[in-house]
Write a protein that binds this ligand. Structure first.
Ligand code: NAD
Ligand code: DAU
Length: 350
């Protein structure tokens, strides 16, 4: 084996795409996936690679100091790609403390284990995967660049901003070789149906109301998850120590326009009348502190590292819908049990 790479949160949405890519492309590297398997972590996401010779799963919590240090003691870890997090803004409004615990404390535990165990820093890398939400909310114009001051506004984004600051502090104070990327909204296969796109797909399928927050005029910049995984691969292998790279698709959509596009794709795929799914759209009470607009300037990663998104949005959305329709069992498994309680608290009693 050449290198041992510890990926955290590898059983989640983005993490599973990153693990799959690294296991398949870097067969001489050992890929360790450390994941606590919270509601968002799903072993089914990695069925196709779980038997690979260069893959190991470790069930554990990144806030557990003893567990993380034991992993660093047992394996000669060369690099960490840190994705484990509580990731859903609405849940952070309901229960901020679990976000502070996992996203802030958990990142601190991983940084500290790296600092303690890496006596020789040459060839080492701590890659922190973060979000564009740390930059706050935009008005009608402008884009987030790597120099935009931090202005997080939800418990989720504040916890991610805190973790970004900790990563930079370990670089400046201890010389830890770190790299950070901040990405826009991802979509694609294996996304938990609490996020906008898979939630709408699932509700359309079951002819349930489509809950659009406020007036649906908030804007997000959408990127296909496999393009995010390829960007992470690029930054991991070619990014410079101590640097930050913004990742995005230059692909802004108002929520309501996106939901209409999804409805028309679903009507076609399900052989329903045009307008059938859109009739389910229901405007609901807005998210507290709802950020108006996110938009990423991803010029730097393209100019310096040569990365670009590969897919147009409409094509990516078609692929995503096809995946959900072909994997109804995957959706069923995770939308029973505690999902029903979440759905009731979030939507039914909204
Ligand atoms: P996700 O919620 O789908 O998955 C998170 C994973 O982390 C799960 O497998 C979960 O079991 C694991 N996890 C949670 N707490 C843990 C703990 N204490 N110890 C170990 N594992 C734990 O999240 P995602 O959407 O795949 O996001 C992954 C990362 O990318 C996060 O850091 C998120 O902030 C960042 N990000 C997400 C997006 C997006 O659009 N989803 C965009 C930009 C950045
Ligand atoms: O920008 C990157 C971030 O994108 C990531 O860091 C987060 O982990 C990820 O969850 C995502 O955050 P958002 O809050 O933007 O994503 P979400 O899918 O929850 O919502 C997208 C938009 O859709 C947002 O404006 C809220 C709105 N929305 C969402 C849901 C779930 C609705 O109108 N109705 C809904 O039911």
């Amino acid at each position: 084996m050449q290198r041992t790479i510890l990926i955290t949160g590898g059983s989640g949405f983005i993490g599973s795409h990153v693990v799959r890519r690294f296991v398949n492309r870097y067969q001489d590297d050992l890929i360790l996936n450390l994941d606590a398997l919270t509601y968002a972590g799903n072993p089914e996401n990695l069925r196709d690679v779980e038997a690979a010779h260069n893959y190991r799963f470790i069930k554990g919590d990144i806030t557990d100091d003893a567990c993380v240090n034991a992993i660093f003691g047992d394996f000669n870890i060369d690099a960490v790609i840190h994705l484990a997090a509580e990731s859903h803004v609405d849940r952070s409004i309901m229960d901020p403390m679990s976000f502070i615990r996992t996203n802030v404390l958990g990142t601190g535990v991983l940084l500290n284990a790296s600092r303690t165990h890496w006596k020789d820093l040459s060839g080492k890398r701590f890659y922190h995967v973060s979000t564009d939400e740390v930059y706050g909310s935009l008005g009608e114009t402008g884009l987030f660049t790597e120099d935009t001051p931090y202005d997080p506004r939800s418990p989720y984004s504040a916890s991610k901003a805190s973790s970004d600051h900790l990563v930079r502090a370990y670089h400046h104070t201890y010389g830890l070789p770190v790299v950070i990327s901040n990405c826009s909204n991802n979509y694609g296969s294996h996304q938990f149906p609490e996020k906008l796109i898979p939630l709408m797909i699932n509700n359309i399928l079951h002819r349930k109301p489509l809950p659009v927050y406020g007036q649906g005029l908030n804007v997000r910049d959408w990127l296909w998850v496999e393009d995010h995984a390829s960007a992470i691969d690029t930054v991991f292998h070619a990014g410079k120590d101590g640097e930050t790279y913004n990742i995005g698709g230059f692909n802004e959509w108002r929520n309501i326009d996106l939901v209409h596009l999804l409805c028309s794709i679903m009507d076609r795929k399900l052989a329903r009348q045009p307008g059938d799914s859109a009739s389910l759209i229901t405007y609901v009470k807005d998210r507290a502190g709802h950020d108006q607009r996110y938009a990423i300037d991803a010029t730097r990663i393209e100019r310096e590292l040569g990365w670009k998104p590969s897919l147009q949005f409409e094509e990516g959305l078609e692929k995503t819908v096809d995946w959900y329709l072909a994997n109804l069992e995957w959706v069923e498994h995770i939308t029973s049990g505690s999902y029903l309680d979440y759905y009731r608290d979030q939507y039914v009693t909204r």
